[in-house]
Design a protein around this ligand. Sequence first.
Ligand code: PA5
Length: 447
Amino acid sequence: MEKIIKVDFNATRHFLTTGQIEQAFGNALKAFDTLEGRDGKGSEFLGWLDLPSESDKSVIGEIELVSERWKKEIEIVVVIGIGGSYLGAKASIEALSHHFDLYGKTFKGPKIVFAGQNLSEEYLSELMDVLGERSAAAVVISKSGTTTEPAVAFRIIKKFFEDKYGRKESAKRIVAVTDSSKGALRKLADNEGYTTFIIPDDVGGRFSVLTPVGLLPVALAGYDIKSLLAGAAEMAKITSERSENNPALIYAAIRNALYESGKKVEIFVNYNPKLQYVAEWWKQLYGESEGKEKKGIFPASVNFTSDLHSMGQYIQDGERILFETVLSVEKANRSLSISNDIQNLDGLNFLSGKAIDECNKMAELGTRIAHVDGGVPNIRVTMPSINEFNLGALFFFFEKACGISAYMLGVNPFDQPGVEDYKKNMFALLGRPGFEEQAKELRKRSL
Ligand code: PA5
């Protein structure tokens, strides 16, 4: 079977013995069996494994209906959500969109903007400056329906819409993506008569990009969600192979072998600014799935070549606890060559006629060699080009590898108990009823 996503771990071999690699592959196979056998920790949240092939056709149809309707009437859609209810859509839309479309000439759908992923007063105020001037709609996404950041943003935007359009018209401009029956957002959506989409019970936030959580915003932006799902389905087939050729198994095995050997920080490297939010999505996926019980690789990211001029020094020469996973795109979607200059004052005529992407690839190769020489093992993940199909494959690849990898570590990949602590403190400090005692204790403390 042709591999869409390839994993090359040659540049980790100097850092691992054959025994360590063999042992990691053995452990990865056991973890793979646990995942596929659906009997490991958190196995009630494995619905994402079936999403690419079983995505409900009627849901796709309903998503397309909303996007057809809004394409005609709406200029800007605010997608409200945080964490897993935000990053997959943001990563996809950033990857697929023109970098500089200031006037919306290349948009195939309304302009998509995001909110509810912070608590910044400036952010929401400035967003409303923009919404006031355009025909706007909103998608509010929250599985629990109770997360503070999106709930606050939605309260503000709902009021803004109702003041601008009236309550009845606002209800037509708001879609909610949430649980089938639980949570405040479900109740509110039912009361107001919003169109709703369901996040399946057995799919957690950071594994939900292939549900309406990711699919609706991506479709609204005008991109091909059937192709995204087809890529994921293809990767689901490839990564179901119980063998050492399975790219998800290779990635999980090698990153765990490196972790065991003392490399505690994994830096996700990309050479394409369109993939910056794929790195953010990846960080959440791995950080929240693995960082528990005082264990787990710390996921970090850099954007090269920009960050070679800021983080390059540390990576080359700082503390040797790092390894890199480089996401490399084989073929650029545009072509641009460097021109010849008769004066050649910058001395760059040796580059004349070369594609910018060739320079990018040589920067990548040169950097990988330098970092390996400096003691930073390198895993290289390649995708053929940036499009919906390959992105779908990439998402599924990383999700599958994450499930295997977290089981190798012995943790439950599908819970996030550590996220609750900050929330409780914040609620107490903001005076939420029921948190009075905790508030008193917190106020005595100074940091
Ligand atoms: O992966 C997760 O479960 C989290 O990141 C959630 O997606 C995030 O906290 C948002 O939660 P909710 O969708 O319930 O608002």
